[in-house]
Write a protein that binds this ligand. Structure first.
Ligand code: CTP
Ligand code: CA
Length: 226
């Protein structure tokens, strides 16, 4: 008919997106975290929903109003994010790990506020579990998108992450470039896929970049017969 409109490209797809930083508590009043604002992940959630997907957003603590129509799961630590993602990923077609997950946490979290003393303080940190790597090992038919936040050797590190984590796509960005990275409303990213595929996206708003990433994912799903 005259009013024919094509279906949005992600109609019927279930997408799990993680966003924001994690917080690793040292004691009740102090934590380790990182500079992630959550803007890229929230833009992805909003756009995925607009493109017709059924979206769950697993988010660390951020200062953004969640997009409407998205199923929100709030977490604080890397361990909580791990649990929430690993317990539900099997129901999804696509998983996008844009969260900046802590790589280390204090070996011990004190239950009472630590008091200051003279001299230096040594804190022992232990590794957290890598959520993306675990998904890469356990996935059946999920399309897995990871991010790579780098300051140097972007392409080399992104390709290593693609392989070593068994991801289908890596969105790499130089977090120290002007107009890219933490807290900004814009970003500059390069998409890497299996088989040597590489596509550079010029500086754009995080919302437009989110749209490009999601259209790329939709094309891959089609081409690769997901
Ligand atoms: N990631 C994850 N779980 C972790 C750490 C990272 O799922 N414990 C995911 C991130 O969400 C991102 C990807 O792995 O999608 C790459 O994160 P990044 O910090 O760039 O790389 P790492 O593998 O942690 O390695 P490094 O920080 O040493 O570069
Ligand atoms: Ca890391």
């Amino acid at each position: 008919n005259y009013f024919y409109q094509p279906k949005p490209v992600l109609t019927g797809k279930k997408i799990l997106i993680t966003a924001g930083p994690t917080r690793e508590m040292i004691d009740p009043v102090r934590f380790f975290s990182n500079r992630s604002s959550g803007k890229m992940g929230y833009a992805l959630a909003e756009m995925a929903s607009k493109l017709g997907a059924d979206v769950t957003l697993v988010t660390g603590p951020v200062d953004i109003i969640p997009p409407q129509g998205v199923d929100l799961v709030e977490v604080t630590s890397a361990e909580e994010m791990f649990e929430q993602v690993i317990n539900r990923f099997e129901k999804y077609d696509v998983i996008i790990k844009s969260a900046a997950v802590a790589d280390y946490r204090p070996s011990q979290t004190f239950t009472k506020k630590m008091k200051k003393h003279e001299g230096t303080l040594m804190l022992e940190l232990e590794r957290t579990q890598d959520i993306l790597r675990t998904l890469g090992k356990r996935k059946s038919n999920q399309y897995l998108v990871g991010f790579a936040a780098e300051t140097n050797n972007i392409e080399e590190y992104a390709r290593v992450k693609l392989e070593s984590k068994n991801a289908d796509m890596i969105v790499a960005n130089n977090v120290t470039s002007e107009g890219a990275g933490f807290g900004t409303d814009t970003n500059i990213v390069t998409l890497f896929k299996r088989g040597g595929y590489k596509r550079e996206l010029p500086l754009n708003s995080k919302k437009e970049i989110a749209k490009e990433i999601l259209i790329e994912v939709a094309n891959s799903l089609k081409e690769e017969g997901y």
